[in-house]
Design a protein around this ligand. Structure first.
Ligand code: LIP
Length: 312
């Protein structure tokens, strides 16, 4: 047992000043935003990682370098996991850990589609505890601290608490509504082959299809390209559900805090698995509101198989 661990092996977080770390991450987010908006993605050398649709730019790497150096200087004893420096086999531990995606929505960034952000998360005992997400193109800053609520600050919102609207029950008094009243977010991801791609395509079809053809007839499906901003969208109440298989802890850590603090829930993308793991790579995020469990079950009923990502 070290000075910072309890008898159960958990990290003793009582001396950590969460507000100070939150404020520090907000300042980093603004500095990163400056780098992202002044970069010229068309001139930024763009490459790919696992396949031709898994993009990375010089700006992703430069932002992560800046962020990791500033964190290392201020919090040398804490762990760091970043998208661009992650190596297979790196795992999360109970120690305080910064989990960073320098640009979430890199494909959007490359195409100048203004839905991209820096995502800065912080975990203690593997629990997402602080989240700061900043879209510098729209000047939207989403923040949250575990137990203290989550907020949106933007040109239209003066640090407004999330969700931005009253969370209606999912079903009316006659039991109507539920998934069929939902606006769903679902991403294609960059992996476009095999079991999981097949399940995504079939599941999207079933979600959208008319009820007379056995579908859920959801209001619609959006594919926006940034997991972190998708979590924030559900937290705000702009969308009801977000289903994802394939993204990573750095895509979801900060958004997890923002959503949970707005009353939302996160379960596994695969049917029947009520407990999602931060690094589990499969997520079903749902806004708060009475009846959310039944919506999760309805959604799982549309998942056409079992996603294998995260099980390897
Ligand atoms: C991307 C996401 C996107 C998800 C992709 C990818 P990147 O992150 O946030 O929503 O579907 O799998 O991980 O690569 O732009 O940081």
């Amino acid at each position: 047992m070290t000075d910072s661990t309890t008898e159960t092996g958990a990290y003793d977080a009582s001396s950590i000043n969460l507000q100070e770390i939150h404020d520090f991450l907000v300042s980093i987010a603004h500095a990163a935003g400056q780098m992202i908006t002044t970069a010229r993605p068309s001139n930024s050398r763009t490459g790919s990682k696992t396949n031709a649709a898994d993009l990375v730019t010089e700006t992703d790497r430069a932002v992560e370098k800046m962020v990791s150096e500033r964190i290392q200087e201020r919090y040398p004893d804490y762990q760091f996991m970043g998208e661009e420096t992650y190596k297979p086999g790196d795992t999360l531990t109970p120690s305080p850990t910064f989990i960073v995606d320098p640009i979430d929505g890199t494909t959007n960034f490359v195409h100048t589609f203004p839905y991209a952000c820096i995502s800065l998360g912080f975990t203690i005992n593997l629990i997402p505890t602080i989240g700061v997400i900043y879209n510098p193109f729209t000047n939207q800053l989403f923040t949250g601290i575990k137990g203290q609520g989550s907020y949106l600050t933007s040109p239209l919102h003066d640090r407004e608490r999330l969700p931005l609207k009253h969370l209606e029950p999912f079903y009316d008094e006659n039991g109507a509504g539920g998934l069929s009243n939902c606006l769903v977010i679902g991403e294609w991801g960059s992996d476009r082959s095999g079991n999981d791609y097949d399940i995504k395509v079939k599941t999207f079809r079933k979600l959208c299809a008319d009820k007379k053809d056995g579908g859920a007839m959801v209001h619609s499906i959006r594919s926006l390209g940034s997991a972190a901003l998708n979590f924030c969208g559900v937290a705000a109440g702009w969308a009801d559900v977000y289903w994802e298989g394939g993204c990573w802890a750095w895509d979801v850590c900060a958004g997890w805090v923002v959503l949970k603090e707005a009353g939302g829930e996160i379960v596994d993308a695969n049917p029947g698995m009520w407990k999602a793991k931060i690094d589990g790579r499969r997520y079903l995020a749902v806004r708060g509101g009475e009846g959310w469990e039944a919506v999760v079950k309805e959604f799982w009923g549309c998942v056409e198989g079992e996603l294998k990502v995260g099980m390897e």
